[in-house]
Write a protein of this length. Structure first.
Length: 164
């Protein structure tokens, strides 16, 4: 269930649509499926957004890293934990995709980690470095909140993104 699996899932989804792009919900469902476990522990909510291939792969890796962290240390590490992922597209096609990952019901967070772990570095490198976006991580007492912004205009096909 490593990062290679995340890339393979993104590749499969992109190949189904001849590498034109991927539906965001389908991408997230594919990345989070191995982590869901029994019952409804992950919710996904947002409009239909088709993301270009150049965005889908790094975004899939980011979702995979967040899910891995949730299983090891966060909300999905305990039976009552829950993850909510919401998103919206600002500025229409080619605009900015805003995603919010919120964990609740997991072990109480005493304080933010002293050192940035591998997952945090991957998130920053992926979202900032590859996509020119931003990421903020807040370790609240009830769980992690991660907010991501991805400018779709930097993608190879800015007209791919839709909202509806």
């Amino acid at each position: 269930m490593g990062g290679g699996g995340a890339l393979a899932r993104a590749h499969t989804l992109l190949a189904q649509d001849r590498w034109a792009g991927a539906d965001l919900r389908a991408l997230l469902e594919g990345e989070l499926a191995p982590f869901r476990g029994a019952g409804q522990r992950v919710s996904l909510e947002g409009p239909r957004v088709a993301v270009p291939a150049s965005v889908a792969q790094p975004l899939g890796m980011a979702a995979h890293e967040l899910a891995t962290n949730a299983v090891k240390h966060g909300a999905l590490s305990v039976p009552g934990g829950y993850v909510s992922v919401t998103w919206r597209l600002s500025g229409g096609p080619g605009g900015v995709l805003r995603l919010r990952w919120v964990e609740t019901g997991g072990p109480p967070v005493q304080r933010p980690p002293v050192h940035r772990g591998f997952g945090s570095r991957v998130l920053e490198a992926t979202l900032r470095g590859q996509l020119g976006g931003s990421v903020s991580l807040a370790w609240e007492e009830k769980g992690l909140i991660c907010e991501m912004e991805v400018p779709l205009s930097r993608a190879t096909d800015p007209g791919m993104a839709t909202e509806g």
